[in-house]
Design a protein around this ligand. Structure first.
Ligand code: BG6
Ligand code: MG
Length: 220
């Protein structure tokens, strides 16, 4: 059977969540808004625009459109400075093993990320050629938990949504996969990702037997 395996990027393939956090934290600080790791959890998988809106809501702040645009640019410039130093050592453990296994089994593999920087990051960590389709923040109009990003990925691969499996580290991403009627696999903390069909701490826990089961299972 042929399935599509759709990978989120930030926090699934690479640990860029820490760079997003640092950049948002600096921005919040400059506005005098306190910003905790718990709040950061709510920004995972969320678009750049929506993230800034949420931070401003938490801080009860209203700003002009010009300032909003400037803050988004500043945040992204700081983030780009962090990712410019990335290399293959930042790929999360066993991600290449799982990707290569799926490819060797003739399964379709796609990227489904909210980030507009996804292609830059895939280049930095030399993984771009593993993906048959790349859908990122430049291709979507609706942010996770809207399923658009994953549905476009499925369409590009020519695989029905119920034959897709999504790897995600964010609550919004798990919800998006579930809404799309895809199998959702949470990568991270089970207490946060409890809406997922399956949850693992990281890819080292994802064995070939489990992948083989996924290839023969359909979401009910
Ligand atoms: C998601 C991240 O993958 O991409 C979010 O989890 C981020 O934290 C979003 O805000 C948008 O990313 P970017 O790189 O376009 O700012
Ligand atoms: Mg993510």
């Amino acid at each position: 059977m042929k399935k599509a395996f759709i990978f989120d990027l930030d926090g699934v393939i690479v640990d860029t969540a820490k760079y997003h956090f640092l950049a948002w934290q600096n921005l919040a600080q400059s506005l005098g808004i306190s910003f905790s790791e718990e709040q950061n959890e709510q920004l995972k998988g969320v678009s750049r625009v929506r993230s800034l809106e949420k931070i401003l809501e938490w801080g009860n702040k209203t700003i002009s459109e010009e300032e909003f645009t400037k803050l988004m640019t500043d945040k992204n410039e700081e983030y780009l400075a962090y990712i410019s130093k990335m290399d293959v050592t930042e790929i999360l453990p066993d991600v290449p093993r799982v990707l290569d296994y799926l490819i060797s089994k003739n399964q379709a593999v796609a990227l489904g990320s909210a980030s507009k920087n996804a292609r830059i990051i895939l280049d930095k960590v030399a993984l771009k050629n593993k993906f048959q389709a790349i859908v990122d923040g430049t291709n979507v109009s609706k942010a996770k938990p809207d399923p658009e990003v994953f549905l476009i990925g499925a369409k590009e691969l020519g695989i029905a949504p119920e034959d897709c499996i999504v790897f995600e580290d964010s609550v919004a991403g798990i919800q998006a996969a579930n809404i799309a009627n895809m199998i959702s696999i949470g990568i991270g903390d089970a207490s946060v990702l409890h809406e997922a069909d399956y949850i693992f701490n990281d890819f080292t826990e994802i064995k070939e037997e489990f992948i083989n089961t996924l290839v023969t299972t359909q979401k009910v």
